[in-house]
Design a protein around this ligand. Structure first.
Ligand code: UFG
Length: 331
């Protein structure tokens, strides 16, 4: 029987795409989710257990019952602004939840974990493209909690032999190329879905948060990576752990090139054939001008390459999902 992979947070955006990719790669999956932000419609019929990471006894029982070969851990709160207003919720969910998960893994002898980290752990980098060796100096509680989890992985590796890969995502975007899965956050705060909804006339004009940044067109530059490429990287990371590669490793996961907010708006107009109503407003606090990752390390060590992360491809796949599911997943 193929190895079982526990996908924690597998009803969410990146987790659901990854669960599908793991199954496509011939692995078995079990999603563990509390459905606080994920959707049952994103499971696509895959097996699931409903457990809250803060419920340590039930979590331990789930790990002991299923004894997965590896865990892929996505479950977290992920809004920078909300983390500033309510840091306690972020430390509880992200750090305490991850601590419970690692303790449950140790108790059941599960040694392998792939962890969703973020470029937010770098804060405002001194130079781009950002390499994994750049100092990690987060500038908000969300980034702090993800960095704290990376420390947990390191220390549980030393003490208990946990083998880990932290993937530091840049801007995840796009949707399953067959439009079976897509991006549905409530509330939605991300640029591409908001721009698509504005183009479709389903939302008010897009607010562009600042056009006075020190970038060529004055708008912020980000490194957008297709969620299907992200999912592929998780499959490679799991396979590397299952092959017995040890240690505590971290890789950037971006597409290696940047696009400005203005370039994203132009891409949305091109792909949809509709103008994107928008207006320029004040900067959003905490937005660095330019975040672009170097992906040389993951290409070198895991053989990963982005395949669908050209901006128009990302937008086209996100648009196909949006057209087919204008109101997102059924509740
Ligand atoms: N933007 C707008 N208008 C909007 C939404 C976004 O102009 O309505 C701009 C932002 O200012 C930013 C860019 O579009 O320059 C991308 O913004 P997103 O909110 O889509 O993504 P972020 O770069 O803010 O966030 C991403 C991840 C977070 C992670 C963060 C790390 O989604 O989970 O990177 O910096 F924490």
């Amino acid at each position: 029987m193929p190895p079982l992979i526990l996908v924690v947070g597998g009803a969410g955006y990146i987790g659901s795409h990854t669960a599908l990719a793991l199954r496509d790669a011939g692995l078995r999956t079990l999603v563990l989710d509390d459905f606080s932000t994920g959707f049952r419609g994103a499971l696509l019929g895959g097996d699931c257990v409903e457990v809250d990471l803060l419920d340590a006894p039930r979590l331990r029982a789930a790990l002991a019952t299923h004894r997965p070969a590896a865990v892929v851990h996505f479950a977290a709160r992920c809004y920078v602004g909300e983390s500033v207003r309510d840091p306690g919720a972020y430390y509880r969910n992200n750090v305490v939840g991850t601590l419970h998960l690692l303790e449950a893994m140790v108790a059941s002898g599960v040694a392998n974990i792939v962890f969703s980290s973020t470029c937010a752990t770098y804060g405002e980098p001194d130079r781009v493209p950002i390499e994994e060796t750049c100092p990690q100096r987060p500038i908000n509680p969300y980034g702090n909690t993800k960095l704290a989890c990376e420390y947990l992985l390191h220390d549980f590796g030393t003490a208990h032999g946990i083998r880990s890969i932290a993937l530091r995502y840049f801007n995840a975007a796009g949707a399953d190329p067959q439009a079976r899965l897509g991006e549905d956050h409530r509330p939605e705060t991300h640029l591409i879905p908001l721009a698509l909804a504005a183009a479709a006339g389903r939302r008010p004009p897009l607010q562009v948060f600042g056009a006075d940044y020190p970038t060529p067109d004055g708008t912020c530059i980000r490194d957008y990576i297709h969620v299907a490429d992200l999912a592929d990287a998780h499959v490679l990371a799991v396979q590397s752990l299952l092959a017995g590669t040890g240690g505590c490793r971290a890789f950037n996961l971006g597409n290696g090139s940047g696009a400005s907010v203005a370039e994203v708006i132009a891409a949305v107009a091109r792909v949809t054939g509709r103008p994107v109503p928008h207006r320029i407003v004040a900067r959003r606090p905490g937005d660095p001008p330019r975040l672009v990752g170097s992906t040389a390390k993951i290409t070198r060590e895991l053989g990963w390459r982005p395949r669908r992360s050209a901006l128009d491809q990302i937008v086209a796949d996100a648009w196909a999902w949006h057209e087919r599911h204008p109101d997102g997943y059924a509740q």
